[in-house]
Design a protein around this ligand. Structure first.
Ligand code: HEM
Length: 138
């Protein structure tokens, strides 16, 4: 398998995994009032976001862009795929905003927002995979 595509797969596996895990992790951090648990948990959540999810997102987007420039692919499915990827980037940014909010006020209830991000990320990942495998509009 060509190395660039392998890099694209590896990066998007890490990104998609982190994007599905983060909303649950963020919501779990608001469940207990114990301050030691809260500090450790907030640290873990921030580490997953900054050391796993964000570098993986940059690698997935960078390798995908390199693939389409190298192979000069300008087809309909890719344009629609870029739209679903933009939605994934919004979910990623929303996770970042929630992490900051929970760090400032850990007692607030954010379950509904975390649930929404999780469901949106799941649907967007499924749509992106379908677009790239079925290649409609080409
Ligand atoms: C800006 C972001 C991205 C760009 C520009 C991009 C672009 C591309 C390109 C040009 C290919 C090669 C298609 C081919 O050779 O037929 C590809 C392959 C692929 N991409 Fe992406 N991609 C991006 C993000 C993603 C994401 C977030 C996912 C998953 C959720 C994903 C899943 C895949 C898969 C599964 C393949 C392999 C398809 C195949 O070999 O049939 N990509 N991508």
């Amino acid at each position: 398998m060509p190395l660039l595509k392998l890099l694209h797969f590896a990066a998007l596996l890490c990104w998609c995994g982190a994007l599905l895990y983060l909303p649950a992790l963020i919501a779990a951090g608001t469940r207990r009032s114990d301050s030691l648990f809260y500090r450790d948990h907030a640290h873990l959540t921030r580490m997953v976001f900054t050391l796993v999810a964000t570098p993986a997102a940059l690698l997935a987007i960078g390798s995908g862009t390199a693939l389409f420039l190298r192979d000069a692919i300008f087809e309909g499915w890719l344009i629609v795929k870029l739209t679903t990827v933009a939605g994934m980037v919004l979910c990623h940014a929303w996770c970042g905003v929630l992490i900051l909010r929970v760090e400032r006020a850990p007692e607030q209830s954010i379950d509904l927002r975390c649930g929404l991000i999780g469901v949106a990320a799941m649907l967007l990942i499924a749509a992106t995979l379908w677009l790239v495998l079925a290649k409609p509009f080409s």
